[in-house]
Design a protein around this ligand. Structure first.
Ligand code: PLP
Length: 476
C-alpha cells in the first residue's frame, strides 16, 4: 500500500516510511492511496476471528511492506488479555473490546479496558510496538516530545515504556491534572519515560513543544518526534474494533448497524468511516459532540468554522474540548472524491483563520452516501444519562461515553442496532460520576494504590532553554 497526502504534493511512500511522521511534507494529512474492499464472503470469514487475527487481516493490506510474521508479533504483543483487562470484565478480557447489550437495539462497546482506561490505549499500544519495530529495522532512535492535559500523554507513556529505541519527554501542566491522572503518569519509573511538569497551563506546555520543533537544528540533532492524533498508525489500529463490534451484534452480514461516537479530533470516527468504505455494513455514523460543537455544526449544516482557543469551553468531558478537528481533513478528502486541489483551497482558508461551507449537494452526499449525522449534549444531559445507566442497567459510564448515549437517544432509529463506543472508564472521571449516582465507580485493582506510589517527575518553569537543557542531558 502506498500513502499520499490529502494536499497532493508528497511522493508516494509505504507504511514503514510514513509511520513515524506527523503531517505530510506538504502540510496535508497522510492517507492510503485507496481502501482495500472486503466482499461479503470475506466478511463472513472475518466474523469468526478473535481480536488479534482480525487485526492482522485488517491491518495487513495497509502495512504490506512489513513481514507478515513481524506484523503478527506487533499485533499479538499489543492486544493481549493481560493488557486489556480490568476488574469489570475479568471473564471477557480475551475479547479485548467486549460488547454489552443495553436494550433490544442499543449496545455499549467497551474500549476502555487498557492500561490508562481510555480508548486511546487501543491505538497507542499498536503504535508503540510498531514504532519500536520500524526504528529497530532502520537502526534509528527517536525522542518523542509531547504535551498533555491527561489522556493522550498517559496512553503514549504506557505504550512506549521500556522500549529501547524510544525516549518520551511528556510535558504536563504542574498541579492542573487530577490526582489520579498525575499518579498514572508520574508513577512510571521506566528510564525512557520523562515526565516534565511545567509551571504553566496546558497551552503553555504546547507552546514549548512548538518552540522546540521550530528550532530545526535542535530537532534534527536530537531526533525529536511526536505521537499526535493525526498519526496514521493510530487510525489504522482503530478500524479493527468497528469490525469486532459489528460482528458481535449483527445477526448476519446483510444487517446494517449504526455506530455512535463521542468525538473531538475526529480520529475515532474517522476509523469508522474507513471501515464503512472497506465494506463493513455500517448504516449511519453518528457524531456526538459536547458543548464544543464545531463538528456537530459541520455535519448538520456543512459549515466548518474552527473556533479560537478562547472560544473553547471547559466541559465535564474535557477530552472532547477542541477548537478544530485535526483528522476531519481525511474525511473531507474522500467527500471531495479525493480532489487535492479543491481540498487545498478549503484548508488554506481554515489555516488563515477562516471557515468554509460545502454546497447542498455535497452535504446530501455526506449524510446519505457516507451516512454521517450528528448531535450534541449538555452537561445536565450527560449527568442524567450517567444516572440512568447506573440505576436502570447497573452500568457505570463516564462523561464522554455519556455524551454518546445522550446523542444516541436523540438520533437512534429503533429498527436498527446502535453501538455506542465507550471512550473512557467511569473511574477516570470519578467526581462527575459520583455527583450523578451518589456512588463511587469501581477502580480496577491494579490502580487502587496508584496515588500512594512514588512519583518520577521533574518540575520546571515554562522556559524554552530549561527544557532544551533537560532534553540535551537525557536524549537517546
Ligand atoms: C480522545 C478522546 C475522545 C475524542 O476522540 P477523537 O478521536 O479525538 O475524536 C473522546 N473521549 C475520550 C475519553 C478521549 O480520550
Amino acid at each position: 500500500m502506498q500513502y499520499v497526502s490529502t494536499r497532493g504534493n508528497m511522493p508516494a511512500q509505504n507504511f514503514s516510511q510514513i509511520l513515524l511522521g506527523g503531517l505530510a511534507s506538504d502540510g496535508g494529512l497522510i492517507v492510503p492511496e485507496s481502501y482495500p474492499k472486503f466482499s461479503k464472503e470475506k466478511l463472513k470469514e472475518l466474523s469468526k476471528l478473535n481480536y488479534c487475527d482480525l487485526s492482522f487481516e485488517i491491518i495487513s493490506p495497509f502495512a504490506d511492506d512489513l513481514e507478515p510474521n513481524d506484523l503478527r508479533k506487533i499485533i499479538n504483543d499489543s492486544y493481549s488479555p493481560q493488557i486489556f483487562c480490568n476488574s469489570r470484565t475479568a471473564e471477557r478480557c480475551g475479547e479485548i473490546t467486549p460488547v454489552v447489550k443495553i436494550d433490544n437495539t442499543l449496545y455499549l462497546q467497551e474500549l476502555s479496558n487498557g492500561p490508562t482506561l481510555a480508548f486511546k490505549d487501543l491505538a497507542m499500544q499498536f503504535l508503540g510496538n510498531a514504532f519500536e519495530y520500524v526504528l529497530q529495522a532502520k537502526n534509528e532512535k527517536i525522542n518523542i516530545l509531547g504535551a498533555t492535559s491527561g489522556d493522550t500523554g498517559s496512553a503514549a507513556e504506557y505504550a512506549m515504556k521500556g522500549k529501547n529505541s524510544l525516549n518520551v519527554f511528556m510535558l504536563s501542566p504542574a498541579g492542573k491534572m487530577s490526582p489520579f491522572q498525575r499518579a498514572q503518569m508520574y508513577s512510571l519509573q521506566d528510564k525512557n519515560i520523562h515526565n516534565i511538569a511545567v509551571r504553566a497551563m496546558f497551552d503553555g506546555c504546547q507552546d514549548l513543544v512548538k518552540a522546540v520543533n521550530k528550532d530545526k537544528d535542535f530537532k534534527q540533532k536530537y531526533k525529536i518526534g511526536a505521537v499526535n492524533s493525526i498519526n496514521w498508525g493510530r487510525i489504522v489500529a482503530q478500524i479493527v474494533y468497528y469490525f469486532k463490534g459489528y460482528f458481535a451484534v449483527a445477526e448476519n452480514i446483510d444487517e446494517e448497524v449504526d455506530f455512535c461516537v463521542p468525538s473531538g479530533n475526529f480520529g475515532n470516527i474517522c476509523a469508522g468511516h474507513i471501515a464503512k468504505q472497506m465494506g463493513l455494513p455500517i448504516n449511519r455514523l453518528i457524531v456526538a459532540t459536547n458543548e464544543n460543537d464545531v463538528l456537530d455544526e459541520f455535519f448538520r449544516t456543512g459549515k466548518y468554522a474552527p473556533r479560537t482557543d478562547e472560544d473553547t469551553i471547559q466541559t465535564s468531558s474535557p477530552s472532547m474540548d477542541i477548537s478544530k478537528a485535526s483528522n476531519l481533513e481525511r474525511f473531507v478528502f474522500d467527500l471531495l472524491d479525493r480532489k487535492s486541489e479543491k481540498l487545498k483551497i478549503l484548508w488554506e482558508t481554515v489555516e488563515n483563520g477562516g471557515d468554509f461551507s460545502i454546497d447542498a449537494k455535497t452535504l446530501k452526499i455526506m449524510q446519505e452516501k457516507y451516512g454521517f449525522i450528528s448531535s450534541k449534549s449538555t452537561h445536565p444531559e450527560r449527568i442524567t444519562a450517567i444516572r440512568d445507566m447506573y440505576f436502570r442497567h447497573g452500568i457505570f459510564i463516564d462523561t464522554h461515553t455519556a455524551d454518546g448515549f445522550v446523542v444516541a437517544q436523540k438520533l437512534r432509529n429503533s429498527a436498527t442496532k446502535t453501538i455506542v463506543l465507550e471512550t473512557a472508564l467511569a473511574a477516570k472521571f470519578e467526581e462527575n460520576v459520583r455527583d450523578a449516582t451518589g456512588k463511587k465507580p469501581p477502580i480496577p485493582k491494579h490502580l487502587q494504590e496508584i496515588e500512594t506510589l512514588p512519583a518520577k517527575v521533574r518540575e520546571i518553569d515554562a522556559n524554552l532553554q530549561t527544557l532544551k537543557n533537560y532534553i540535551e542531558k537525557n536524549a537517546i
